[in-house]
Design a protein around this ligand. Structure first.
Ligand code: K2U
Ligand code: NI
Length: 183
């Protein structure tokens, strides 16, 4: 099973380069890896497992964060309407997005960043994502709210972008233009 020992930390160049598309259909190894990433998130949100294996709770993880520079992400969380999002996705792509932006009023963190980096992280308020899931199905997801933020955080990892790259260095808590916060 994956633990925090498998999570690459900032400073490792794999986190700041673009990951490679996964040729489809994925190999058995690639499917196994993506299943392990999803299981890691589920474990990280289970109090007993998290305590036993010292896991930081995570709602998403991208393959570069476990040292694999491939375009694979896993997400596992409930959004503000208690809708469950639990996916392992190959080659996720944002195919359209709103002009309007949003941001978490609490700021963001990252499993690969062992420090607080305060500030608002502007994100698109609504996005449409196309990808291939673990069963080989093409999925098209229309996302808003917390779900839009999680997917953008993870897809950023595939492009070598860290959440703090979006924070205004001159005024970290500057309210982004044309945006509404998520409390
Ligand atoms: O990619 C990662 O490092 C996992 C992040 C993803 C994330 C961070 C901030 C906002 C949305 C997604 C971890 O899930 S950070 C821990 C966490 C847990 C619950 C809610 C928000 C962040
Ligand atoms: Ni992260």
């Amino acid at each position: 099973m994956l633990t925090m020992d498998d999570i690459v930390r900032e400073g490792n160049p794999i986190l700041t380069k673009s990951a490679k598309e996964v040729p489809l259909p994925p190999s058995e190894q690639e499917k196994e890896t993506l299943e392990q990433m999803l299981q890691f998130l589920i474990n990280s949100q289970d109090d007993e497992m998290a305590k036993k294996y010292n896991l930081r709770p995570g709602v998403g993880v991208a393959a570069p964060q476990i040292g694999i520079s491939k375009r694979m992400i896993a997400v596992h969380f409930e959004d503000q309407d208690e809708k469950l999002y639990s996916y392992g996705l190959f080659n996720p792509k944002i195919v359209s997005h709103s002009v309007e932006k949003t941001y978490l009023s609490t700021g963001e963190g990252c499993l690969s960043v062992d420090r607080e980096v305060p500030g608002f992280v502007p994100r698109y308020a609504r996005i449409t994502v196309k990808a291939t899931d673990l069963d080989g199905n093409n999925v098209k997801l229309r996302l808003r709210g917390f779900a839009a933020i999680v997917f953008q955080h993870e897809i950023d990892h595939l492009n070598g972008i860290m959440f703090y790259d979006h924070i205004d260095p001159n005024n970290p808590f500057h309210e982004p233009e044309n945006s509404k916060p998520i409390e």
